[in-house]
Design a binder for this molecule. Structure first.
Ligand SMILES: [Zn+2]
Length: 95
């Protein structure tokens, strides 16, 4: 998997800063506006804006997604929240 460089962005939920993304299934994919993402730090569901920074995926947007996509987002969030790094990435108090 190759990380794709992006403009510096912050998760609106946990403030985790990042400048890359990894596509799980298509290593050559590069995010485009409207694509979905999950914060690696907190598992929040995100979507790419026109400038390829991210914003929170609104509840109504989530509900409008096909069932199989909602299930995958939910699965991704669950996996991230089970990881030992959950909520600790980018914390200033972490040395
Ligand atoms: Zn986050």
């Amino acid at each position: 998997m190759e990380r794709k460089r992006l403009p510096i962005s912050r998760c609106p939920s946990c403030n985790y800063q990042f400048d890359s993304a990894t596509a799980l299934e298509n290593p050559d994919a590069k995010p485009k506006p409207g694509d979905l993402s999950i914060c690696l730090n907190c598992g929040e569901w995100l979507t790419f804006a026109d400038d390829l920074t991210v914003r929170l995926l609104e509840s109504k947007e989530f509900q409008a997604l096909p069932h199989h996509i909602r299930k995958r987002l939910d699965f991704g969030r669950t996996l991230i929240r089970r990881q030992p790094w959950f909520g600790t990435l980018g914390r200033k108090d972490k040395k």
